[in-house]
Design a protein around this ligand. Sequence first.
Ligand code: HEC
Ligand code: HEC
Length: 153
Amino acid sequence: MKARAFFTTLGLVFAAAACASNGGATDELNMGLSKASVFDTPTPAPYAYSDAKPGWNDPLPRAWEDAPPQIPHRVDKFLPIVAADNQCLDCHDVPRYIDQPRNMDRSVKSKSPMPRTHYASNELDEVSGARFTCTQCHVPQSNAAPLVESTYR
Ligand code: HEC
Ligand code: HEC
């Protein structure tokens, strides 16, 4: 009986010692991506989306081959996309320009047709339902600094 009381006490002493030494726990500065204390309320650095009109911008580099290209122009005037009104299609549903050379020489407005994959059939007369909500895959680029460096290739 006495022995059990002794070992219980010993256990409690060890447990208390482990807590006091922090036992390798993550400290408050390294719990998230921001590397700031979790007890602070940091103000995020301001960032902005492009306010460039469509028609005169160069395409942005793709993140990887066949990645959905990022949108190089403003989108605030064209959203939201709803069943009855998809303004992205007003400019991008132009199948006659598919496979035509891109005109980026600024002499006339550039054309940026959606690829064949975005249509329901080879007739290219109806947009595939799975592609209707353009912003599900295509995002406008902002000038926000990356939170962490990416080495993805
Ligand atoms: C007024 C016409 C117009 C509207 C509306 C428009 N776009 Fe564009 N978009 C363009 C043109 C022209 C380009 C070619 C690059 C440029 O000039 O900005 C382009 C470029 C793009 C690109 C890049 C293509 C590439 O090859 O890199 C994507 C993606 C895109 N737009 C998506 C959208 C989405 C999504 C919407 C709706 C929220 C939209 N656009 C609305 C005209 C338009
Ligand atoms: C399910 C994801 C997805 C959706 C939704 C989607 N796209 Fe795309 N889009 C892609 C991918 C992936 C590519 C790149 C593949 C390629 O170049 O063929 C692409 C390419 C494009 C391009 C560039 C074509 C080129 O020749 O460089 C344009 C423009 C575009 N999409 C416009 C749109 C518009 C407008 C909508 C909405 C009506 C839309 N996309 C919806 C995934 C999507």
